[in-house]
Design a protein around this ligand. Structure first.
Ligand SMILES: *[C@@H]1O[C@H](CO)[C@@H](O)[C@H](O)[C@H]1NC(C)=O
Ligand SMILES: *[C@@H]1O[C@H](CO)[C@@H](O)[C@H](O)[C@H]1NC(C)=O
Ligand SMILES: *[C@@H]1O[C@H](CO)[C@@H](O)[C@H](O)[C@H]1NC(C)=O
Ligand SMILES: *[C@@H]1O[C@H](CO)[C@@H](O)[C@H](O)[C@H]1NC(C)=O
Length: 411
């Protein structure tokens, strides 16, 4: 389990020198070769356990099955979304007589294995939530003292992905405990994508984050606060990524990705342009694309954002590189650039943070794109070719209010 920590230039130099050896991956379970895509209960449905009052929206097997149906039938699966994930509040308040976790019997009457089977029958994958500590964040049983048993229970249910939260836990034990859970998952023999809430809390206890270590044991990891459906919070997460990009960019790659939290594209807390900008940013960051929304009645413009295959292709690019903030125009417009796997291809996001449209004038050279001639530009949000642009000449670009312009560029 050695983590690939070479710059591309160094890798290329070694390749040319004939000294190149196969890239040794991070967590060796074959999963998350590109950022995982799917759906997660949390931000939209949270901890609603009252099925008498809210039969359509409580955390239950019905909710999960309805979302699996929508994913399979409404184009999400075809676009690449595959994991259907439970977050907190699925379990009974107590473990069973053999100490195993169990689904709440009223909300999951068919049992967790049957739910897994249903999700698999729709050609999708089953994700579940657990907590590293003694209790989950909403007070359900935690996995502390039961790592092996819980990993095995989940494998028996056909679980394909596990989020391990960090409430009610002792942070000084993480560097031993998270690897223990990774070993427990591995020992089940079932490949289970492992999302860790490991780095997130460390700085709050004055501890340093070692992403090399974390990437050896986790496929994805949360490094910042929970998202809510608010533009200011989307920007706050983007700013954390910008501020820490020199550490976060090398941490990202096939098998191991930073997780800036769910996509809140779907309900009405963001305008359509804000939702578009949020999706563009998560794509250029090579972030997991886990939707937190109600797929049963999502509006058409928001559905179209989530199904934009050209933007998804940037997120799913096999190099798995996280984009970089390269330029800022005052405090209004941020320019992010991500290298793609086809030689000389790049994705660019112009993020307009400001509540009125902005026009910026710049040359591609200012973005670090140095082809001596120029580049062809394509707007991948509107699916239209912009045309050829000389590298050294300045051109004008207009970005919608609190929105984004996203382009794919090649010589
Ligand atoms: C367990 O780890 C070994 C060694 O890293 C790896 O080859 C194997 O694929 C892993 N198995 C699972 C199910 O994750
Ligand atoms: C946390 O774990 C450390 C050992 O890693 C132990 O020394 C300490 O007492 C624990 N703290 C609490 C509050 O349990
Ligand atoms: C970080 O973790 C790696 C892998 O376990 C280790 O080799 C390295 O020494 C650690 N770095 C620091 C600064 O502790
Ligand atoms: C979608 O339906 C749910 C359940 O009936 C409801 O609570 C929610 O407000 C609806 N959302 C929209 C955007 O219409």
């Amino acid at each position: 389990m050695v983590v690939f920590r070479m710059s591309l230039k160094l890798a290329l130099a070694l390749f040319l020198l004939g000294a190149f050896y196969p890239i040794l991956e991070a967590l060796d379970n074959g999963l998350a070769r590109t950022p995982p895509m799917g759906w997660l209960t949390w931000e939209r449905f949270r901890c609603d356990t009252n099925c008498k009052k809210n039969p359509k929206n409580c955390i239950s097997e019905n909710l999960m099955m309805e979302m699996a149906d929508r994913m399979a039938e409404d184009g999400y699966k075809d676009a690449g979304y595959e994991y259907v994930n439970l977050d907190d509040c699925w379990s009974a308040k107590e473990r069973d007589a053999q100490e195993r976790l169990q689904g709440d019997p009223e909300r999951f009457p068919s049992g967790m294995k049957a739910l897994g089977n249903y999700i698999h029958s729709r050609g999708l994958k089953f994700g579940i939530y657990a907590d590293y500590g003694t209790k989950t964040c909403s007070g359900f049983p935690g996995s502390w003292g039961h790592f092996e048993l819980d990993a095995q229970t989940f494998a028996d249910w056909g679980v394909d992905m596990m989020k391990l939260d960090s409430c009610s836990s002792n942070v000084t034990t993480y560097s031993k405990g998270y690897p223990e859970m990774a070993h427990a998952l591995n020992a089940t023999g079932r490949p289970i994508l492992f999302n860790c809430k490991w780095p997130f809390v460390l700085p709050h206890y004055g501890m340093k984050i070692n992403y090399t270590l974390i990437a050896e044991y986790c496929n994805t990891w949360r490094n910042f606060w929970d998202i809510r459906e608010k533009w200011s919070l989307v920007l706050m997460i983007v700013d954390y990524y910008a501020l820490n990009q020199d550490v976060l960019i090398p941490a990202s790659g096939p098998g191991h990705f930073n997780d800036p939290d769910m996509l809140v594209v779907g309900d009405n807390g963001l305008t359509v342009d804000q939702a578009q900008a949020h999706f563009a940013m998560w794509s250029i960051l090579a972030a997991p694309l886990l939707m937190a929304n109600d797929l049963r009645n999502i509006s058409i413009p928001r559905r179209n954002i989530l199904l934009n295959k050209e933007v998804i292709a940037v997120n799913q690019d096999p190099l798995g590189i996280m984009g970089r903030l390269v330029l800022q125009f005052s405090d209004r417009v941020n320019l992010w650039v991500k290298q793609l796997s086809k030689p000389q291809e790049w994705a660019v996001v112009f993020l307009n943070r400001y509540p009125s449209p902005q026009t910026v004038s710049l040359s591609l050279q200012q973005l670090g794109l140095k082809s001596l001639s120029g580049y062809n530009l394509r707007d991948i949000i509107t699916h239209s070719d912009i045309g050829y642009r000389d590298s050294s000449k300045k051109y004008k670009y207009t970005i919608p209010a609190t929105g984004a312009l996203m382009m794919r560029i090649h010589p």
